[in-house]
Design a protein around this ligand. Structure first.
Ligand code: PEP
Ligand code: MG
Length: 883
């Protein structure tokens, strides 16, 4: 067969390697069947069919109809039931399944194959009329909702009214006759809303569901999810059709979801939830509160209802053995769905479980230590970008907390922000720069954009495997779910709890590690960097070739960077030092001076300040290279604006305000990014660079004398386009070095090099390397100048460019390897041809981006430099690039 792949009953047409073709769910069902696990028989319609379906104007070819008939025959043969047979009916589930799990797509239709005749057959076969009619009403409701896309509110309302009329509060109180009456109402509702009777032909039902699965691939929600997660539209989804097994056939039946390890903390313990006498959707929907899987988890939570281990000890033991078999087979933590039908265990799904960064780290390190995977695999398993979650602060245990309530610790991390009650508002306020906490009764795929925009998520309903919990963990957002004491009114934008009110815009703090919800903002502390984190970093350091440095210009940043494992400073932007309040007047005096002599007066004031800046940094970085970039910024950034600022400078410089204003006017530029900045400043006013170089060497000698360990200054000239510029500037630096060394009777090693931030510099790198002893690729400017896109204005249109596929990712975030990357590799090559041992690094933002780091490895740079918090990310990414 071309499009249909069978599984179960001793047959497996596919396996776990077929994810692209069968989707994750289909591939793993086939794999589980092939290793002898109890999987209800079924078949998968491949993703290729989805693509063809769209190519051919949403039609099913005859070929597919024939193959599906063969697939149904397979299920019939294994189950000894017949699809549409009133005497012995086969019921199936229909589920979507893309290569990666994708909320936002049609999920599941259960009990398909029921109609007015087969429901009677089911009642007889199960010897349970109530169960049969309950299944039928569930089927109509689900089918109406996900396939026919009718208003599901009306169906829920009909159920509520039926219960109210009978004086019932629970579904379980409904009798067979009650369900039967509701079925009649549901069918009437379908006819009323859809204009046609509910399909009685089981084959029509099946094709309707298959069409709905394919259709949901192009739903708005699925498109949003694909965009947020870089999933190509042409992957398509597979469809899984599988014999139904029932978790709702009485007290020896159950359904559940489980992880083979704790997906939140990573501990080696079975972890999950189940419900007795329920169908799959009941667990994730958060309607009934699920029970714990293990006795230990139940006891730890202080919960009463028996765990599965206690309620169904035999099936539990069988399930635990399956968990172990799956983990060994897949060599990864698995996320599992199962059903118990009258004490018989069935596996419905397995996949690599989503996990928090903390859990990913712990599981990778543990599995390597257990011998299940190699250290290299452990390194490869942790997403460097996800480390971000671990490096950021958690709540200060000493800080005062005004605890409002407690929910489930669904996704770790602490977040404070203004409360909002809907996803659109979350998105809007976050776009305006506010930190927001999205508060919902429960979340659904429609909330994804708001969850993405929010700093944290809080829900009143739903367990650890609820939509909110699963999605938040995947996104790395802190989340507290199931905070049952919250009364939330999204309409009135208020939540009430313990006699208090929190309105939209009020601040809440959530702690996703403890489940606490606090009023107001709570102070945070730095994370612990030892333990599993330290272990994985050590392993990463052992395999990586690229060195990792930090972009830092304060002693504090340098300290953080060193703690995070930085092996030097790759970029110290000296202009940041010039903005300090106590020296800005002197800086302005320097800029506004009309001649060299005026500038020197101001520079003399700045020299001691600069020297102490460098001393502080060199002390922290003793023994390591520190790349100090001489002054770069557009001059106008320093100009005074306010009258008082002019007055202050006038007094300091002994000039009148009008002269100063005239001079400021003269300095106005139309395009400052391409104006009088970088080495152009040094070329026109060499005394500025002379002062900075002197400060660097004096500080280096001071530190060497004091601590006995000299830093290794690498003096970097910015925005060079030509060899001659660098030659002139190097002469200024060398002269300052010579003078200081003579004065102090002591020398330190140093290098003079340049940034490569202009296309001309990249092209003429061969010549420039005759002078420069190192290159550092300033890929922020190099991207700006190569693409001709202003780095400060790009945000307005770049997202459209990415949506249109013009650039795969924002080129200021992830290096445009094809374009800017070609200049980088060409410059590296030409630089090396001139100077074999030239040191090459990158210090643009891309130095902390894993994909860009992989490129740097490929080009053979010596180091990457990233902001302090991204140093660990860079270390891991560099290791992955080297594997
Ligand atoms: C760069 O241009 O990449 C760079 C690191 O310098 P800056 O961001 O300071 O312009
Ligand atoms: Mg730059």
């Amino acid at each position: 067969m071309t499009y249909v792949y069978r599984f179960g009953g001793g047959v497996s047409d596919g396996g776990k390697g077929d994810k692209n073709l069968l989707g994750g769910k289909g591939a793993n069902l086939a794999e589980m069947a092939s290793i002898g696990l109890p999987v209800p028989p079924g078949f998968t319609i491949s993703t290729e069919m989805c693509t063809r379906y769209y190519e051919e104007g949403e039609q099913f070819p005859q070929e597919l109809r024939d193959e599906v008939a063969a697939g149904i025959a397979h299920i019939e043969a294994v189950t000894e039931k017949r699809f549409g047979d009133p005497a012995n009916p086969l019921l199936v589930s229909v589920r979507s399944g893309a290569r990666v799990s994708m909320p936002g797509m049609m999920d599941t239709v259960l009990n398909l194959g029921l109609n007015d005749d087969t429901v009677e057959g089911l009642a007889k076969a199960a010897d349970d009329e109530r169960f049969a009619w309950d299944s039928y009403r569930r089927f109509i409701q689900m089918y109406a909702d996900v396939v026919l896309e009718l208003d599901h509110g009306a169906f829920e309302e009909a159920l509520e009214i039926a219960k109210e009329d009978n004086g019932f509060t629970l579904d379980t109180e409904m009798s067979a006759a009650d369900w039967k009456a509701l079925v009649a109402q549901y069918k009437a509702l379908v006819e009323e809303q859809w204009g046609k009777p509910f399909p009685q032909d089981v084959h029509d039902q099946l094709w309707g569901a298959v069409g709905a699965v394919f259709g949901s691939w192009q739903s708005e929600r699925a498109k949003v999810y694909r965009r947020l997660n870089d999933i190509p539209a042409n992957w398509g989804t597979a469809v899984n059709v599988q014999a139904m097994v029932f978790g709702n056939m009485g007290d020896t039946s159950a359904t559940g979801v489980a992880f083979t390890r704790d997906p939140s903390k990573g501990d080696r313990a079975y972890y999950g939830e189940f419900l007795i006498n329920a169908q799959g959707e009941d667990v994730v929907a958060g309607i009934r509160t699920p029970q714990y899987l293990t006795k230990a988890a139940r006891e730890e939570a202080g919960a009463k209802p028996a765990s599965m281990e206690e309620a169904m000890p035999e099936v539990y033991r069988e399930l635990a053995a399956v968990f172990d078999q799956l983990e060994t087979h897949y060599r990864d933590m698995q996320d599992i769905e199962f059903t118990v039908e009258q004490a018989k265990l069935w596996m419905l799904q397995t996949r690599s479980g989503k996990r928090t960064a903390k859990a990913a780290l712990k599981i990778a390190v543990d599995m390597a230590n257990e011998g299940l995977i190699t250290r290299e695999e452990a390194i490869a398993r942790v997403d460097p970008a996800a480390l971000d979650q671990l490096l950021h602060p958690t709540l200060d245990p000493e800080a005062k907390r005004d605890v409002l309530t407690k929910g489930l610790p669904a996704s770790p991390g602490a977040a404070s922000g203004k409360v909002v009650f809907d996803a659109d508002t979350a998105e809007k306020r976050a776009a305006a720069g506010e930190s927001v906490i999205l508060v919902r009764v429960e979340t659904s795929p429609e909330d994804i954009h708001g969850m993405h925009a929010a700093k944290g998520i809080l829900t009143a309903r739903g367990g650890m495997t609820s939509h909110a919990a699963v999605v938040a963990r995947g996104m790395g957002r802190p989340c507290v779910s199931g905070a049952g004491s919250l009364a939330i009114s999204a309409k009135d934008k208020v939540l009430r709890c313990a006699g208090r009110e929190v309105r939209e815009g009020d601040t809440l703090t959530i702690d996703g590690a403890s489940g606490e919800v606090m009023v107001g903002e709570v102070a945070t502390v730095q994370p612990e960097l030892a333990g599993d984190f330290g272990t994985l970093m050590e392993w990463a350091d052992a395999v990586r070739r690229l060195k990792v440095r930090a972009n830092a210009e304060t002693p504090l940043d340098c300290k953080t960077a060193r703690e995070f494992g930085a092996e030097g400073v790759g970029l110290c932007r000296t202009e940041h030092m010039f903005f300090e309040a106590d020296r800005i007047t002197a800086v302005r005096q320097m800029i506004l001076a009309s001649d060299e002599q005026g500038r020197r007066v101001a520079l003399d004031r700045l020299l001691p300040e600069q020297r102490s800046d460098f001393t502080a940094i060199f002390e922290v970085m003793a023994g390591l290279p520190v790349t100090v970039r001489l002054l770069d910024p557009p001059l106008h950034e320093f100009l005074p604006h306010e009258e008082a600022e002019f007055a202050e400078v006038a007094q300091a410089a002994g000039l009148d305000i009008d002269t100063l204003k005239r001079r400021a006017n003269e300095l106005h530029e139309f395009n400052p990014m391409l104006g009088h900045r970088g080495c152009r400043l040094g070329v026109t006013y060499p005394e500025i660079y002379e002062m900075q170089a002197r400060a660097i060497f004096e500080a280096a000698i001071d530190v060497a004398e004091k601590s006995g360990e000299a830093p290794i200054p690498e003096v970097m000239i910015p925005l060079v386009a030509t060899r001659r510029e660098l030659e002139l500037m190097k002469a200024v630096v060398d002269k300052a070095a010579k003078l200081v060394f003579a004065e102090r009777g002591r020398e330190v090693d140093y290098l003079v090099g340049t940034m490569i931030e202009l296309p001309r510099a990249a092209l003429k790198a061969g010549e420039i390397a005759e002078v420069g002893e190192f290159f550092s690729f300033g890929t922020n400017d190099l991207t700006q100048t190569t693409l001709g896109v202003s780095r400060d204005d790009a945000a307005r249109f770049l997202s459209t460019y990415v949506e249109q596929g013009i650039y795969a990712k924002d080129p200021f975030v992830s290096l445009d390897v094809e374009g800017v990357g070609e200049l980088v590799s060409l410059a590296a090559e030409r630089g090396r041809a001139t100077r074999g041992d030239i040191k090459l690094g990158i210090c643009g933002e891309h130095g902390g981006d894993p994909a860009s780091i992989a490129f740097c490895e490929q080009v053979g740079l010596d180091y990457v430099s990233a902001s302090p918090y991204r140093v660990p990310i860079a270390r891991l990414a560099a290791a992955q690039a080297a594997l």
